[in-house]
Design a binder for this molecule. Structure first.
Ligand SMILES: Nc1ncnc2c1ncn2[C@@H]1O[C@H](COP(=O)(O)OP(=O)(O)OP(=O)(O)O)[C@@H](O)[C@H]1O
Ligand SMILES: [Mg+2]
Length: 278
């Protein structure tokens, strides 16, 4: 981890296209993420969120520009070095899960990193405990519910001892309880362990409720990057990115409550604003 105040992750004028003949799918991306940041990446389908995120741990290499992790170009790291630094959970956890038991799935990473059996057990136990799957450790992953599989995917990354998590669509397909569990976990790691967390999501209420900073993407470019309440209240850029502001914010606008006071992106914000008015 960088100790000199340098950003943990930096994108410098990054552009990327999947091959020489296809158009650029991300362009002019400049952004920095500090260790411990909790960030959401939002934007419509095809905006380039997953493509951008895959640059962080060098799954993809910029066509031009640079991506730095702790001051060094991401693709200059050896694969195992990078696996220890940054964990990436794929958009669909089922593309990631391949073992016969929950426990084996979580053990895979720490084993691949060459840890001793004691260390493997310690990290596996800790990760299962963190995602509340200890009681399911002997079960085949296909026996798990959607929310449990999502947590398993996160556990298998955490077990490698990473301090940075990139989680692509952590709440898709989950019911209210599943969403709350995974997001409460991520938020508590962010607070307790200062884990750097980048989530990619279409779930705007989740962003409003949990995430400090939001990066809005459209057509491969960053349109806005700032505190979540400000970004989610920026109607024009959101419209350009085809992202709807939170329902609460739209109601607040209809009631002429926006502007002047604090942003209104969550239900308690709206309740507070209404109480001030009456
Ligand atoms: N492997 C690939 N080869 C070629 N083009 C791709 C590939 N993956 C994505 N693309 C294209 O790159 C663009 C950005 O896609 P990307 O998956 O990064 O968007 P996204 O914002 O993550 O979308 P979603 O919200 O649907 O997951 C799209 O036009 C997509 O069709
Ligand atoms: Mg995506």
């Amino acid at each position: 981890m960088a100790t000199d105040g340098a950003p943990h992750i930096a994108f410098e004028q990054v552009a990327f296209r999947y091959d020489r003949t296809s158009p650029f799918v991300i362009r002019d991306v400049n952004l920095t993420i500090q260790a411990g940041d909790f960030v959401a990446l939002i934007g419509q389908n095809g905006a380039g969120k997953t493509t951008l995120a895959k640059h962080i741990n060098a799954i993809l290499k910029p066509t031009s520009g640079r991506v730095l992790v702790d001051g060094r170009e991401s693709h200059a790291y050896k694969r195992l070095e990078m696996a220890r630094l940054i964990g990436y959970c794929y958009q669909n956890p089922d593309h990631q899960i391949f073992s016969q038991t929950v426990e084996a799935e979580v053990e895979y990473g720490p084993k691949a990193l060459g840890n001793s059996p004691e260390k493997v057990k310690e990290q596996t136990d800790a990760a299962l405990e963190l995602v509340e799957l200890t009681h399911r450790r002997k079960v085949h992953p296909s026996m798990l519910g959607r929310g449990e599989r999502q947590r398993l995917a996160v556990a298998s990354i955490l077990a490698m001892g990473v301090s940075t998590l990139v989680v692509d669509e952590p709440t898709t397909g989950l019911d209210y309880t599943g969403v709350t569990r995974i997001m409460d976990l991520l938020a508590s790691w962010s607070r307790q362990f200062k884990t750097t967390i980048i989530i990619i999501t279409h779930d705007i209420p989740v962003v409003a409720d949990y995430v400090d900073r939001t990066i809005l993407m459209a057509e491969g470019q960053v349109l806005l990057d700032g505190p979540t309440p400000e970004v989610l209240q920026s109607f024009d850029p959101l419209a350009r990115a085809a992202v709807r502001p939170p329902q609460v914010t739209r109601v607040a606008r209809a009631l002429d409550l926006l502007g002047g006071g604090p942003p209104i992106v969550r239900v308690p914000d709206l309740a507070w604003a209404l109480m001030q008015r009456h």
